[in-house]
Design a protein around this ligand. Sequence first.
Ligand SMILES: [Zn+2]
Length: 249
Amino acid sequence: MILINIWMFFFGAAVASFLNATLYRLEKGYKYPEIIKQGSHCENCKKILKWWELIPIIGYLLIRGKCPKCGEKVNVYYPLSELFLGTIFVLFFVYAMPWYLWLVVMFLFILSYFDIKEQAVYKDLIHVFLATTLLFYFLFAFDISNIILPAIFAIMIIILNLIKKSFGTGDLLILFGLGVLISWQQYLVMFWLGIIIALLYSLVLLVSKKISLKGAKVPMIPFFSISFVITVLYGEQIYYYLLNFVEIW
Ligand SMILES: [Zn+2]
C-alpha cells in the first residue's frame, strides 16, 4: 500500500511538472513541435537539464534550488506546486475520490498557475471551467440544494462589489462552479476556509513587509483550490465538528 502511495505521489508531482512546463511554453509562445520536443533547460543560460535534475521535487533539492551552471534561482513555485499535487493525488487515491474531481483539481491547478504567475486568468479559460463544472453537476452531483447557496453567495458578492469592489468576476464564477459540485455544508466550509487561508497569507506578507495594505492584490484561486480540496475530503466532518462546538458554547 505504501509503495502505491509513493507511486501516486510521484505521479501527481510529475503531472504538476508536466503542466507547469507546458503552460510556461504556451505562455512564451512556443509552437508545435518544439512545445513537446524541446529539452527542459535553464531559462537563463540555456543549459540542458540532466534527467535526474528533472525528477519532481528531488531534482530541485539535488541542485539546491539553483541552476548548477549559472546559479540562477529556480522559482520555488515549481517544487511547491509539485508537492501539492503529489499530496492531493495520494489523498484522492486513498479516499477513492470520483474521477471528475481529479479533473476539476487539475483544472484548478492550471487556473492557479495563471493567477499566481500572471496575476490574471484568461476569461475564456474561466468560462470553460464553469461549463465543465456545470456539466459534472448535471451528470454526477445533481441536487437542487447544491446550487442554492452558491447562487445566493454569488448575488451577495455582486451586490458587495457594487459598494466596494472586493471580488474579481473570475473568482466569483470559479466559486460558483466549485460550489455546485459539493453540498451546501461543504460550500460554507470551502468559502470561509479559503478566505481564512488568504487572510493568513496576507498577514504573513504584511509582517514580512512584502506588501503594503493599500493596493495589495492577493491571488484568490490558489487559496480556494486548497480549501476546495480540503473540503471535498473533510468538509462534512469540519462542518459538523464546528456545529457541535457552537452548540457546546
Ligand atoms: Zn542556468
